[in-house]
Design a protein around this ligand. Structure first.
Ligand SMILES: *Cc1c(COP(=O)(O)O)cnc(C)c1O
Length: 404
């Protein structure tokens, strides 16, 4: 029997417990979906108000210079860089993860002339797979299709490998250093998708010698719905890398209004057009919180939360999809259930918000800054009751919205 008192004792010893009050969350909700849309930092509304009423309303066009709008994509990139283990001037905040994937995959392909294969993984988040299709590489191979492994697919035609650091469905964490080394040994470049690892655990792009990376601003980072994404390109590639979305914001001198494109020196060449400043302000506010956070503590608490949840769901006899080894686990637990969709809906009706992923996965994300062990205990208890009562079988829990 695992008691709620045990959860409370763990919370009392939690060095991150003070961060909970930095977020605004509804009172009657246990939020285990911060891996899809992060919670609202309490000071974000004030930052947005300032952006709208002062910078836009009063500053008008002057704010491009006076409020630092023009520098924001690079500036936020530098604020975000420590979260992904990047030295300055290698990260920019811009566009969406999908668009940034297209830019870095194209750049990587062009850096490997004579090679034309892109390798990714069958179970990857769909947009990653769709964007590799849109690139139209001569050959696209997928790990997991017909049981193929990365080692079997790498050959002298492999130009680039794209993998998720943490798998969105299963929560499996890849060994970034080992995989990057394996890909480099085959002469290819490595692109990491960090959507489910940035803000959930320390990431070491420079130390692992990653070539490129992308990630979301609206998941663990808490930048707000539709927040801009980020893009990392290792310094050593800057001079030679060319990306195809060669808009004026990536030009060496955008306001020279020259007829021909000349890429900016450095990471700026990965920018494309005018940034969404209202959305950037949300991410700017979110990064204020991250500036105070020790990622080693985030990782330790994440493992404590996920391990605690696993103990509780094991006691319910539920099947776990997420790897049990801590070194192979991100910050979520995925459970398999034949009626996963309905069970998740029944939990949401009780105020416990997780999510469903095809075909039969219940996914629970644990965001160490605002989820406690008591929340984990309460969520597992709600799950126990939903299953024990069979309430998930009610017809209303089978109805599907446009977004699941
Ligand atoms: C959430 C997520 C995305 C989202 O891409 P958008 O362009 O922001 O819609 C991409 N890849 C992975 C792995 C994700 O988890």
């Amino acid at each position: 029997m695992i008691t709620r008192e045990e959860a409370l004792a763990l919370d009392a010893a939690d060095p991150l417990r003070g961060f909970r009050e930095r977020f605004t969350l509804p009172k009657d909700v246990l939020y285990l979906d911060g891996n899809s849309l992060g919670a609202l930092p309490a000071h974000t509304p004030e930052r947005l108000r300032r952006m709208v009423e002062e910078e836009w309303g009063q500053g008008l066009i002057r704010s491009w210079n006076e409020a630092g709008w023009y520098d924001l994509p690079r500036g936020l990139g530098n604020r975000l860089a420590p979260l992904v283990g990047a030295a300055p001037d290698q990260v920019v905040v811009c566009d969406s993860t999908s668009v940034n994937l297209f830019k870095v995959l194209s750049a990587a392909l062009r850096l490997r002339p004579g090679r034309s294969t892109v390798v990714s993984e069958l179970g990857s988040f769909p947009t990653d797979l769709y964007m590799t299709e849109g690139l139209s590489p001569a050959r696209r191979l997928l790990i997991g299709r017909d049981g193929a492994s990365l080692a079997e697919l790498l050959d002298e035609d492999t130009a680039v490998v794209l993998l998720s650091h943490v798998d969105y469905r299963t929560g499996r964490l890849q060994d970034m250093a080992a995989v990057t080394e394996q890909v480099h040994a085959a002469g290819a470049l490595m692109v990491w998708d960090l959507c489910h690892s940035v803000g959930a655990l320390p990431v070491e792009l420079d130390a692992c010698e990653a070539d490129f990376a992308v990630g979301c601003g609206y998941k663990y980072l808490n930048g707000g719905p539709g927040a801009p994404a980020f893009l990392y390109a290792a310094q050593r590639h800057h001079a030679a890398a060319r990306q195809p979305l060669s808009g004026w914001f990536g030009h060496a001198e955008p306001f020279a209004m020259a007829p021909d494109y000349r890429p900016a020196d450095g990471i700026g060449r990965f920018l494309t057009g005018t940034p969404p400043l209202l959305s950037l302000a949300g991410l700017d506010a979110a990064l204020d919180v991250w500036a105070e956070v020790d990622l080693a503590l985030v990782r330790a608490k994440s493992l404590s939360l996920t391990s605690f949840f696993l103990r509780l769901t094991d006691a319910l006899g539920l099947e776990t999809v997420t790897p049990r080894g801590e070194a192979e686990r991100g910050s979520q637990i995925s459970l398999r259930h034949p009626s996963a969709y309905a069970v998740v809906q029944a939990l949401i009706a009780r105020g416990v918000i997780g999510d469903f992923r095809e075909p039969d996965i219940m996914r629970f994300g644990f965001t160490p800054l605002y989820v406690s062990h008591a929340d984990v205990w309460d969520a597992a208890e709600a799950l126990r009751q939903v299953l024990a009562t069979g309430e998930w079988a009610e017809a209303r829990f089978a109805e599907r919205g446009a977004v699941t």
